[in-house]
Every structure is written in structure tokens, then in C-alpha cells.
Design a protein around this ligand. Structure first.
Ligand code: HEM
Ligand SMILES: *[C@@H]1O[C@H](CO)[C@@H](O)[C@H](O)[C@H]1NC(C)=O
Ligand SMILES: *[C@@H]1O[C@H](CO)[C@@H](O)[C@H](O)[C@H]1NC(C)=O
Ligand SMILES: *[C@@H]1O[C@H](CO)[C@@H](O)[C@H](O)[C@H]1NC(C)=O
Ligand SMILES: *[C@@H]1O[C@H](CO)[C@@H](O)[C@H](O)[C@H]1NC(C)=O
Ligand SMILES: *[C@@H]1O[C@H](CO)[C@@H](O)[C@H](O)[C@H]1NC(C)=O
Ligand SMILES: *[C@@H]1O[C@H](CO)[C@@H](O)[C@H](O)[C@H]1NC(C)=O
Ligand SMILES: *[C@@H]1O[C@H](CO)[C@@H](O)[C@H](O)[C@H]1NC(C)=O
Ligand SMILES: *[C@@H]1O[C@H](CO)[C@@H](O)[C@H](O)[C@H]1NC(C)=O
Ligand SMILES: *[C@@H]1O[C@H](CO)[C@@H](O)[C@H](O)[C@H]1NC(C)=O
Length: 502
């Protein structure tokens, strides 16, 4: 520690000394009215503790940085991250308070690099009225009604398309397959692109490059991931714009009779968004809708082989559903079938709780806020770490354990652990505080617009997966936080087709 201090000082001692003096004076001025800031340290000038905070770690843990900081300072601490003073919260109550007070005391505030790549009209970046309008459009498109009438069918269709291509006794990347599924689904639903089509495939490739830039350092220099992603962004936008022009022409020629029932058609017809706004909306929905849910599906594929009892109970539930359908002469899944997937919903929740697709959110304080005796100064960055609550041993019994039964209100219990501990198992549903504890989709006015779709995708995919395949991990791989969750080896699995329908 002191070694690296020394090296750093000797490199640029005079500049640093000056800086520190400035910061010192500035700080003294700022903190005149005695604020009770949470404990914590600000780290290096500019960088603060960002490097430690962003260091990759296993996705089923909160990482060394959080562990050490919580041990030293408690669940609410101050730091300097992404170039700004910040309050980090692993506290369930504060997290909920932050999300509920969006637009009043706190506001969504993602780093500038995200805006540069997703676009200034992206929903993650917008606040206020413009956010409300864009959100309304998205919600309309992901509504309960549309899930039942359109999306369920499409989700099943795209699930089968991917699963039917799996060859018996073959090995491949489960993460890539999950991506193929969610990307095809979103591309179809947003722009009516057909899977397997040359242009769909090209677009998917551009998205891989694009994704790498979203999370990279925002250095717009030749050769950087950020620069490549900006290039991908303009390629993708050009593509979407091409689709748009084509659609407008078609709508005019065929006087609206043959318009496709997708987001693009709806936005063109019913909103007066500018071209630039539509492009950013389509780009960011495609992004939000496929990156997250594909990781969630890969996580389920990763967790389940480690818990044979859960796999067995899933197979029971789904073959029962399949049996009654067969008797009734039905083929496609219906909404009622989906509602019968009760244990599956426990598996879905447990996957999201333990895997934590989205680790933390970016906010800033709009006013001076006081919470549990601590002051959060106006303008400071605020990072609610939703993952830390999900993995908190004081809230979830044996949080590192994949235990879907913790979500069961009553009914049969199971366990994947060799030790007992079932007597002290917290039933995640038995307390009204559960509202603050489990927030995989965020909360408040910015609650994930696609949460219901994501759960539907996971359940339908699991239905056909467990009924038709047996799988095992072909190579040791595990999810890491980069801070987006990713499997370094792509989660290679070997599958055996096997019909579990008797
Ligand atoms: C398991 C999968 C998913 C997870 C864990 C997830 C998580 C989240 C979270 C935590 C947020 C809040 C961000 C914030 O408050 O700063 C969010 C926002 C959003 N998500 Fe998801 N999401 C998932 C799937 C989807 C899907 C399938 C869609 C469909 C298009 C989607 C669309 C959106 C949109 C549009 C927003 C922005 C909402 C707003 O700002 O009002 N998400 N998501
Ligand atoms: C998916 O839908 C398309 C038409 O929309 C149909 O041709 C295809 O057979 C369906 N695939 C499956 C596996 O249901
Ligand atoms: C599966 O493939 C492996 C080699 O990849 C082979 O050794 C094995 O016999 C195959 N098993 C079956 C059931 O086809
Ligand atoms: C489309 O417009 C043409 C004339 O522009 C008209 O003859 C035709 O009936 C219209 N079709 C529909 C479905 O409205
Ligand atoms: C469309 O634009 C007009 C003026 O530009 C505005 O008054 C109106 O509210 C907008 N409509 C929608 C649906 O955004
Ligand atoms: C899963 O979590 C949601 C909260 O996101 C909760 O409303 C739901 O009841 C949970 N499902 C089960 C089966 O416990
Ligand atoms: C596990 O539970 C059984 C009975 O439910 C008990 O006999 C056994 O001692 C327990 N084992 C441990 C390690 O607690
Ligand atoms: C809810 O949880 C709290 C703390 O864990 C506990 O004190 C309280 O009794 C619980 N309430 C109910 C209704 O279970
Ligand atoms: C739980 O419910 C009780 C009574 O319904 C209420 O007084 C309490 O504030 C609730 N706790 C939380 C954390 O919501
Ligand atoms: C697996 O699928 C192939 C064709 O898709 C079929 O020939 C083979 O019999 C199946 N094996 C099992 C065990 O179902």
C-alpha cells in the first residue's frame, strides 16, 4: 500500500500536492455547515476508489471491495467513484427510498459514456417529461395484454427455434444460444426482423461490438472498445433508419392496411417523435431487451445442474402441464399454462436473486437528503447496490445457496445443501419487508419496463428446455461481474436430447 503511494507521489508529486491543497481548501469550504456524512474514504484524486470498485468478481458474491467496505463502514458509506463523490448503499431501506423518490430527491444519472453510446434520447439517460413519454410508449408495447395476445406465442416460437437446432450430444456456448433467443425475439417484436435472415445476423454481430463499448472506459481514441462501439452505433442506427424509411414508404403505398404490428410501426403511426428520437428508442430497447434476459437464462442453465432436486421438481411441474395439454389436444402454451408454472417462478426469482443481472443503479441527489441520521449532499452520486441486499446473510438465509424453495409460501420443501439449516430458512414471502428486499428490476417510476416479459421468457424457455434436454457444464465456467454479468468461457454445455414426457 505505502509502496504504491510512494511510487505515485514520486511520479507527479508537485502536481498532486497542489491538487491536494486545492481539494483540502475546497472541502473545508464546502463542509462548513456540519454535515454528518456516512463513513468512508475518498481515495485518490479524480479516480477515487473506482478501480477497486470495478474490479471483476464472482457474480454470486458482492465482491471483495463491497465486503471490505461494508465490514469497515457499514451498509451505507461514502466514496469517490466515476470521478464524483458518491454514497454507496447496500441498505435495503435506503435503496427503496432512493428508487421511490425518483424525480423528487434523486434522479437517474448514468455516466456520460452511456449517453454517448446509447444516445441522448435513450431511456436510461432521459429524465422528467421526456422520460415519461418514452416510457409510456415502451410500456404500451410490453403491456400485460400484449404479453397474453402476442408475446407468449412469439416467445414460444423463438424458444423452439433455438432449442430445435440443438444436436444430440453436442457441446456449445449456452450464453450464445440464450442471446440468439432473446435477440431474435426483440428484433422481431421491435422491427419485424426474421431470425436467420442475413441482415438480422449482421445486426446481431454489430450489437456484440456495441455492447463491449457500453461498459468500457469512454476513451474516444483509435483502437479503443469505446471508439469501435461508437462506429457500431452509427452502423446500427443507419440500419434502423433504413428500416424506418422502408416502413414509411410501405405505409404510404398501402394506405396503412399492411403495416406490421411491431414497435416501429406503432411509433411511426401514433407518436410524433423525431427520427433521432425513434432511432435511440429502438436502439436502446433492443439493447435493454436482449442483454439482460439472455444473461438471466444463462444463469438458470448454470445454476440448475447444481441442484438436481430443483431440476426434478421442474420436470414434474412441466410434464404435468404438457400432459394435460396433450389430453386437451392443445399444442401451443396458453396463459393458463404459464400461470400454472408456480415452482418455475420460484426458480426464476432465485436465479435473479443469486445471479443479479443488474448489480447497482446510478442515481444522484437532487437535494440535501437526510436518511437514518446521515446526510447525502445535493449533487452527489448515489449508487443503490441492489445485489448486496439480495446476498445479505442477515436478510436471506444462506444467501450463497441456490434454494428456490425459499420462495415457496407453503407446500413441499427441498434443499440443495448437504447441511440442514431448514429450520432457520427465511421464507422470502412471509414478511411485508419483502418489498424492499428483492428488487432485481429496480423500482419506483423507473421499474424495468420489461420485467414481466423477462419472466415469461425465462419460464417458457425453461419449460421446453427441461422437457426435452438433459445438460451438463462441459467446462468449468462461472459468472463474473465486469460489472455487467458475463461467463468468461460463454458457459459451454453438452446436451442430450431426452423426452421427459411419458
Ligand atoms: C432479467 C432481465 C432484466 C433485468 C434484470 C432488468 C433490469 C432492469 C433494471 C434494474 C432497470 C432499472 C434501471 C434504473 O432504474 O436505472 C431496468 C430498466 C429497463 N428495462 Fe429491464 N431488465 C430486464 C429485462 C428487460 C427486458 C426484456 C426489457 C424489454 C424491452 C427491458 C426493458 C427495460 C427498459 C425499457 C428500462 C427503462 C425503464 C425506465 O427507465 O423507465 N428490460 N431493467
Ligand atoms: C414460428 O412462426 C413462423 C411464422 O411466424 C412459423 O413459420 C414457424 O413454423 C414457427 N416456428 C415454430 C417452431 O413454431
Ligand atoms: C457423445 O459424444 C462423445 C464424444 O464427443 C462420445 O464419446 C460419446 O460416445 C457420445 N455419446 C452418445 C450417447 O452418443
Ligand atoms: C388505398 O387507396 C386507394 C387509392 O389511393 C384506394 O383505391 C383503396 O381503396 C385504398 N385501400 C384501402 C384498403 O383503404
Ligand atoms: C406532438 O407535438 C405537438 C407539438 O409539437 C405536441 O403539442 C403534442 O403533445 C405532441 N403529441 C404527442 C403525442 O407527443
Ligand atoms: C418473485 O418475486 C416477485 C417480486 O419481484 C414477487 O412479487 C413474487 O411473488 C415472487 N414469486 C414467488 C413465487 O415467490
Ligand atoms: C439434519 O436434520 C435431521 C432431522 O431433520 C437431524 O437428525 C440431523 O441431525 C440434522 N443434521 C445437521 C447437521 O444438523
Ligand atoms: C418481519 O420481519 C421483522 C424483522 O425480520 C420481524 O421483526 C417481524 O416480526 C416480521 N413480521 C412478520 C409479520 O412476520
Ligand atoms: C409492515 O406492515 C406493518 C403493518 O401492516 C406496517 O406498520 C409496517 O410499516 C410494514 N413494514 C414495512 C417495512 O413495510
Ligand atoms: C435425439 O434427436 C435425434 C434427432 O433429432 C434423434 O434421432 C434421436 O433418436 C434422439 N435421441 C434421443 C435419446 O431422444
Amino acid at each position: 500500500m505505502s509502496d504504491s503511494h510512494l511510487t505515485f507521489f514520486s511520479l507527479s508529486s508537485s502536481i498532486l500536492a497542489l491538487l491536494l491543497i486545492f481539494i483540502f481548501i475546497f472541502k473545508r469550504k464546502q463542509t462548513k455547515p456540519k454535515l454528518n456524512l456516512p463513513p468512508g474514504k475518498m481515495g485518490w484524486p479524480f479516480l477515487g476508489e473506482t478501480i477497486g470498485y470495478l474490479k471483476p468478481y464472482s457474480a454470486t458474491t458482492i465482491g471483495e471491495f463491497m465486503d471490505q467496505h461494508i465490514a469497515r463502514y457499514g451498509k451505507i458509506y461514502k466514496s469517490k467513484l466515476f470521478g464524483e463523490p458518491a454514497i454507496v448503499s447496500a441498505d435495503a431501506g435506503l435503496n427503496r427510498f432512493i428508487l421511490q423518490n425518483e424525480g423528487k430527491l434523486f434522479e437517474c444519472s448514468y455516466p456520460r459514456s452511456i449517453g454517448g453510446i446509447l444516445g441522448k434520447w435513450s431511456m436510461l439517460v432521459l429524465v422528467g417529461d421526456m422520460h415519461r413519454d418514452m416510457r409510456a410508449i415502451s410500456l404500451n408495447f410490453l403491456s400485460h395484454g400484449r404479453l397474453r395476445t402476442h408475446l407468449l406465442k412469439e416467445v414460444e416460437n423463438h424458444t423452439l427455434l433455438v432449442l430445435n437446432s440443438w444436436k444430440h450430444n453436442s457441446t456449445f456456448s449456452a450464453q450464445d444460444e440464450a442471446k440468439r433467443f432473446t435477440f431474435n425475439l426483440m428484433a422481431k417484436h421491435i422491427m419485424s426482423l426474421d431470425p436467420g435472415n442475413v441482415e438480422t445476423e449482421k445486426l446481431k454481430e454489430e450489437y456484440v461490438t456495441f455492447m463491449k463499448g457500453v461498459v468500457s472506459a469512454p476513451l474516444n481514441l483509435p483502437g479503443t472498445a469505446y471508439r469501435r462501439a461508437l462506429k457500431s452505433r452509427s452502423t446500427i442506427l443507419k440500419f434502423i433508419e433504413g428500416k424506418m424509411t422502408e416502413r414509411v414508404r410501405k405505409m404510404e403505398e398501402e394506405n396503412e392496411s399492411l403495416e406490421e404490428d411491431d414497435l416501429l410501426g406503432w411509433v411511426l403511426k401514433h407518436s410524433n417523435l423525431s427520427t433521432e428520437q425513434i432511432l435511440d428508442l429502438v436502439l436502446s430497447l433492443l439493447f435493454a431487451g436482449h442483454e439482460t434476459s439472455s444473461v438471466a437464462i444463462a444463469l438458470a442453465i448454470y445454476f440448475l445442474p447444481g441442484c438436481p432436486q430443483a431440476m426434478e421438481q421442474l420436470r414434474e411441474e412441466h410434464s404435468e402441464i404438457a400432459r394435460t395439454k396433450k389430453q386437451a389436444g392443445e399444442v401451443e402454451l396458453t396463459w393458463d399454462d404459464y400461470k400454472r408454472m408456480e415452482f418455475t417462478q420460484c426458480v426464476v426469482n432465485e436465479t435473479l436473486r443469486l445471479g443479479n443481472v443488474v448489480r447497482y443503479l446510478h442515481r444522484k441527489a437532487l437535494k440535501d437528503v437526510r436518511y437514518k441520521g446521515y446526510d447525502i449532499p445535493c449533487g452527489w452520486k448515489v449508487l443503490p447496490v441492489i445485489a448486496a441486499v439480495h446476498l445479505d446473510p442477515s436478510l436471506f438465509d444462506q444467501p450463497q445457496q441456490f434454494n428456490p424453495w425459499r420462495w415457496q409460501i407453503n407446500g413441499r420443501r427441498g434443499s440443495c445443501s448437504s447441511s440442514n439449516g431448514s429450520s432457520s430458512t427465511i421464507n422470502a414471502n412471509n414478511n411485508n419487508t419483502t418489498n424492499n428486499l428483492f428488487l432485481p428490476f429496480g423500482g419506483g417510476p423507473r421499474l424495468c419496463a420489461g420485467s414481466e416479459l423477462a419472466k415469461l421468457e425465462m419460464a417458457v424457455f425453461i419449460h421446453h428446455l427441461v422437457l426435452n434436454y438433459q445438460w451438463e457444464l462441459a467446462d468449468s465456467d462461472q459468472p463474473y461481474v465486469y460489472p455487467f454479468v458475463d461467463f468468461p468461457k460463454g458457459l459451454p454445455i453438452t446436451v442430450q436430447n431426452h423426452s421427459y414426457l411419458s
